[in-house]
Structures are given as structure tokens and as C-alpha cells.
Design a protein around this ligand. Structure first.
Ligand code: GAR
Length: 190
């Protein structure tokens, strides 16, 4: 039986697109659906190419609707790929230790409420950090505080701005996210 992964997004979905491509013919892992808290016509057509259902649910939709959709798809894993809404407790309870998130900094630094996407990179630039990176972690009731599974760092040149940092961090996401998910999911299920 393949592991079934539902992806949740709020942004452009570049990570989600890569995950769909990476797991397209994977022997063990299948992307069973994509839930977006924003309209996203271009990602919806990418999903259609892969025959993966795409559903838009607004951020105000009840947690129950998210849970029902993921369960309908037979998901046993949830991956947050740039999902900016806090995951409500009933959702966490429905998929215990099976919700993974990618965060664009070296947690515990630059995590928590309001710390997402470009805001993270602006804060890292302002603090003139020598390193940034990505963290892949389990999701619990507290924003960005679940168990860390993988981290990858990049050295930052002096004076680099937020856009430059974002480019470096996105490059790490492109290299590691899908492979780390595969490693973790298989380590639990095989
Ligand atoms: C990614 O950089 C991801 O790490 C970040 O949002 C971006 C989504 O980009 N996630 C967070 O900030 C979570 N707190 P994408 O829509 O192009 O994949």
C-alpha cells in the first residue's frame, strides 16, 4: 500500500509543484490531493496534468472541511508546503505525528506567528545572520515548535539582502524537501 500524502499550500506552490513531479512515479509514496487556501489557477492546472485533485478552501473554512477532504482522498500524511494558516487542534488530532511542515529558517530562530515567507528573510537580513537555511519538522499545537526532523544551512555573504537570502533558501528547498520527506515517511512506514 502506497503512503498517501495531501499537500496544503497558501502561496504560489512552487514547492508543491516540485513534490508532485518528484513523487510522480514513486513506488511507495503518492500525492493524493492538494488543498489551497488561496485561488491558484496555474497550480490547479499543474495538478490536472498530474491527475491530482486540487481544491480551494478559504482560510475561514472550518477545520472539519480540511479534515474531511484529506480523509476522502485517503491521506495518511499531510505536508504543509507554504501553508500559512495555523493548523487547528482537531486537524492535528486527526493526523497525529503525520503532519510535516517546511519552514524557511533554522528553527527555533525566526519561527512563530507572523514569521513566514519574505518576513523571515527580512528578519534574517536585518540581524545580519551568518547563516540561514530550512527546517522540516512535525507540526504540533504551537507554531513552528514541533519536533525537528531535518535542517540544512547555507552561509550568507556579508550584506546580503532579504531577496538574496530567499534565493539561497529556496535553492535548499529545491534540493532537499522532497528527498527528506521520502526519507522520513519511509523510515516510519517501511
Ligand atoms: C516556502 O519558502 C516555505 O518555506 C515557506 O513559504 C514558501 C512557500 O513558497 N513557508 C513558511 O514560511 C511557513 N512558515 P511556495 O508557495 O513557492 O512553495
Amino acid at each position: 500500500m502506497k503512503q498517501q500524502v495531501a499537500i496544503l499550500i497558501s502561496g504560489t506552490g512552487s514547492n508543491a509543484s516540485r513534490l508532485m513531479s518528484y513523487f510522480k512515479e514513486n513506488e511507495h509514496i503518492n500525492i493524493c490531493g492538494l488543498l489551497s487556501s488561496k485561488e491558484n489557477a496555474s497550480l490547479s492546472s499543474v495538478c490536472a496534468e498530474y491527475s491530482i485533485p486540487f481544491v480551494h478552501l478559504t482560510p475561514t473554512d472550518a477545520a472539519e472541511n480540511y479534515i474531511t477532504k484529506c480523509k476522502q482522498w485517503g491521506a495518511n500524511w499531510i505536508v504543509l508546503a507554504g501553508f500559512l494558516k495555523k493548523i487547528p487542534v482537531p486537524f492535528i488530532a486527526a493526523f497525529p505525528d503525520r503532519i510535516l511542515n517546511i519552514h524557511p529558517s533554522l528553527l527555533p530562530n525566526y519561527g512563530g506567528k507572523g514569521m513566514y515567507g519574505h518576513y523571515v528573510h527580512q528578519a534574517v537580513a536585518k540581524a545580519q545572520e551568518a547563516f540561514s537555511g530550512i527546517s522540516i519538522h512535525l507540526v504540533n499545537e504551537e507554531f513552528d515548535k514541533g519536533k525537528l526532523l531535518f535542517q540544512h544551512a547555507v552561509a550568507l555573504p556579508k550584506g546580503i539582502d532579504a531577496e538574496g537570502i530567499e534565493k539561497e533558501v529556496r535553492a535548499l528547498e529545491a534540493i532537499h524537501f522532497a528527498a527528506d520527506l521520502e526519507t522520513y515517511i519511509l523510515s516510519i512506514t517501511e
